[in-house]
Design a protein around this ligand. Structure first.
Ligand SMILES: [Mg+2]
Ligand SMILES: [Zn+2]
Length: 272
């Protein structure tokens, strides 16, 4: 483990569109969706749309087939693979749902790169209908964050991840996202962390209003190619910082065994 936690939004960050819109549009339900949208929150709307799809004979297999051909930039999978190989702990925080995300990641063969997926619950019920539920039960316990939609505050999820790591002080976070929902978590990042907003998308515009509100360093990206370059650059930079500050017990033994002080930098430089 490198001590780096990389947190990815999913829609328009890992895949190059919104998975909810993709399914609705590809199955020909856009008009109904647009009609119903003003009447309820997005997450409740998706559950309702899954009922409409089921009623009109769309099967789970039909939905899976559409998810399997979702657009993704050609550099995203190599970027994820490399970040994983460099020892990053990679997690997803998304306002899509677990059924869509798992179906896509498994199809692409990249599910195992992620240690955790934080998203809205989703499951296929006994009638073969997909149910989509809110991450926070907003009727019973509203999350109270005014920046976020009622079903999910990504900032609270970041708090939970940060608190779950008792060696948190050594962990460095990199957060990637595009949407307005990625703004709240960007405010939770610390000085040693990095925010990677997608340029000219809602989170970018929100950050640009007053970048000084963020403690983390800001590094924009515009497409999968730039995402790969910026992300791998940051991971390598952090790893170099860590290597120059931190000496493992193994390494200490090495150092003890060398007598000349000038040999020290050499010993450090062989660390991966
Ligand atoms: Mg997104
Ligand atoms: Zn929030």
């Amino acid at each position: 483990m490198s001590g780096i936690v990389v947190i990815f939004d999913f829609d328009k960050t890992i895949v190059d569109c919104d998975s909810d819109n993709w399914v609705i549009d590809e199955l020909g339900f856009t008009d109904l969706f647009n009609q119903l949208l003003p009447t309820m929150p997005w997450n409740s709307m998706m559950d309702r749309m899954m009922m409409e799809l089921h009623t009109q004979g769309v099967t789970i297999e039909d939905i899976e087939k559409v998810l399997h051909r979702i657009p993704i930039h050609s550099r995203i999978i190599p970027a994820l693979k490399e970040a994983h190989a460099l020892g990053c702990d990679m997690r997803i925080v998304s306002d899509a749902n677990v059924f869509f995300i798992e179906t896509i990641l498994k199809h692409l063969g990249i599910r195992e790169y992620f240690s955790e997926i934080n998203t809205n619950p989703g499951y296929v019920n006994e009638e073969g209908r997909l149910r989509i539920l809110p991450y926070h039960d907003f009727n019973k316990a509203p999350h109270g964050c005014s920046l976020c939609p009622p079903n999910m505050c990504k900032g609270l999820i970041i708090d939970k991840i940060q608190n779950s790591m008792y060696t948190e002080d050594n962990k460095r976070f990199i957060y990637l996202g595009d949407g307005a929902g990625d703004y709240c978590p960007s405010l939770r990042l610390k000085e040693r962390d990095f925010m990677m907003p997608r340029k000219n998308f809602p989170v970018w515009d929100l950050i640009c209003k007053d970048p000084s509100l963020l403690k983390a360093e800001i590094h924009g990206w515009s497409d999968g190619e730039e995402l790969e370059q910026v992300l791998l650059h940051l991971i390598n930079k952090i790893n170099m910082d860590i290597n120059s500050q931190f000496i493992s017990p193994d390494c200490k033994l090495h150092i003890l065994s060398v007598s000349a002080p000038e040999a020290l930098p050499k010993v450090l430089s062989v660390r991966p």
